[in-house]
Design a protein around this ligand. Sequence first.
Ligand SMILES: C[S@@+](CC[C@H](N)C(=O)[O-])C[C@H]1O[C@@H](n2cnc3c(N)ncnc32)[C@H](O)[C@@H]1O
Length: 221
Amino acid sequence: MKPYYQDSAVTIYHGDCRQIVPTLGRFDLLLTDPPYGVAFKGKATKHTKAGGGYLGDDSDVGPSVVRECLAVCECGIVTPGIRLMYAYPQPRDVGCVYCPSGAGVGPWGFTCFHPVLYYGKRRGGPKSPASFQSFHTSPDCGHPCPKPLEWMTWFVQIAGDVQTILDPFAGSGTTGRAAKDLGRKAVLIEREERYCEIAARRMAQEVLPLCTANQRISNKT
Ligand SMILES: C[S@@+](CC[C@H](N)C(=O)[O-])C[C@H]1O[C@@H](n2cnc3c(N)ncnc32)[C@H](O)[C@@H]1O
């Protein structure tokens, strides 16, 4: 299959990961942020001023794709969201990103963390906590729910000496940007072309992260 974008570190495929993953080889790390099954399609977020979610956000595609990807990855880190986390394959370890300023609203109150599921064994590196606290904000890049780059960077680093990374739910390409910045290789898959385009632009930036570039543009106007 022809990539949507390719450079020496990152390859982006535009399409449904359920069709593309079986055509790829093996990877050291699965690092992905699947749809949370919350169906915020069409709602405006601070990242999409006019609104607009993404196709498939109301589905439970994540657990089955993660199961399939784990068969071709040595280890995995998944941010499943709270609603669907119980549907995922049983992890070897669980951590969280603790967000004291709030990570959403649940029926029993404010949610203050994002669960993190760890699969397999990390590849060496210093022992560190499996959770961290975050006040980071997501880049204003046109995707409805991009993860902060600092999170994906932290996840790549905690995995140790992993060289090849797969993200089947790439969105705006945060995993790819973190991999590239850390000198690793990544394959990203994204079903919506408008998000492939955002991801491709992020990969093509050699130094500046997208949010910084956007802030500079908006500061000028
Ligand atoms: C939670 S978002 C990922 C956000 C990403 N971590 C970022 O920082 O931008 C999940 C993404 O998976 C994509 N997606 C949903 N179903 C898919 C499928 N079957 N194949 C490929 N991508 C899919 C959605 O379009 C959405 O962009």
